[in-house]
Design a protein around this ligand. Structure first.
Ligand code: NAD
Length: 264
């Protein structure tokens, strides 16, 4: 058929509920004919993720804790039994101790630093290691990042450091995998009210600030992130790799907005 993703199969990692960015991306891919598999973290989320997966005609729903190498291995073993190839992976996973997503970065503990970087950065590389052997020419890997990697944002702290490392790893992976025709990119999404975001201090203020100070004068929706992900995961972006693409209503381009930009 003429759908953008028909005949393509991919793994979606990081759906917690219907407000997850991974879910927004999954819907956009499904609408364009992609066949999807999902991972979820922990039994508690299984009963959230299964019905969502079913609603997009997927019954491949697998547990995965990315801190556990065996758990990641098991996902790709199962996938290999059901599918003879893989076209894309969406990695929408991050974690930092909530108590350190407020106040000063200076207070970050070693334990939280190591855990945050492990889950939020290294896991993308660990997943790529398993995904690549299943991928063909034209494969696409996508992760999610945030502007706090590039500039200081209040309360983002160790997550900013983790995202900076993640964005660097996108470039290194892109260079490693380019010869195999596999692309690696990141979407830098503007703030969206999700479960993970609710752990960040003063998040409501951050949302308002972005709304008032973005060229488009609004926050981004899950559908908008889904649309941009679709581009990076489809052959429309076959000339794009190692890129960090901003889906943030243009916020990252602004030094200062006109005083009257905020709604009166
Ligand atoms: P979310 O809470 O819906 O998703 C986060 C996911 O990470 C959850 O599904 C959770 O289960 C998973 N996760 C955490 N630790 C894990 C582990 N050890 N093993 C497996 N999975 C684990 O929130 P979200 O905002 O949709 O986050 C998805 C991605 O988008 C994250 O990388 C986040 O940093 C990024 N992002 C979010 C925003 C935002 O404002 N919400 C902006 C830019 C980037």
């Amino acid at each position: 058929s003429s759908l953008l993703m028909s005949g393509k199969r991919g793994l979606i990692m990081g759906v917690a509920n219907d407000r997850s960015i991974a879910w927004g991306i999954a819907k956009a891919l499904h609408e364009q004919g992609a066949q999807l598999a999902f991972t979820y973290q922990g039994d508690a989320l299984a009963k959230r993720v299964r019905p969502l997966a079913e609603s997009v005609d997927s019954n491949l729903v697998l547990p995965c804790d990315v801190t556990d190498e065996d758990s990641i291995d098991a996902v790709f073993e199962s996938l290999g039994k059901s599918w003879d190839g893989l076209d894309f992976v969406v990695h929408a996973i991050a974690y930092a101790d909530k108590d350190q997503l407020k106040g000063r970065y200076l207070a970050t503990t070693r334990d939280n630093f190591v855990r945050s970087l492990d889950i939020s950065c290294y896991s993308f590389t660990a997943v790529a290691q398993r995904a690549v052997p299943m991928m063909r020419e034209g494969g696409s890997l996508l992760t999610l990042t945030y502007y706090g990697a590039e500039r200081v944002m209040p309360h983002y702290n160790v997550m900013g450091v983790a995202k900076a490392a993640l964005e660097a790893s996108v470039r290194y992976l892109a260079a490693d995998l380019g010869a195999e025709g596999i692309r690696v990119n990141a979407l830098s999404a503007g703030p969206i009210k999700t479960l993970a975001a609710s752990g960040i201090g003063d998040f409501r203020y951050i949302l308002k600030w972005n709304e008032y100070n973005s060229p488009l004068r609004r926050n981004v929706s899950l559908d908008q992130v889904g649309g941009s992900a679709l581009y990076l995961l489809s052959d429309l972006s076959s000339g794009v790799t190692g890129e960090v693409h901003h889906v943030d209503s243009g916020y990252h381009t602004v030094g200062m907005m006109e005083v009257d930009a905020a709604p009166q």
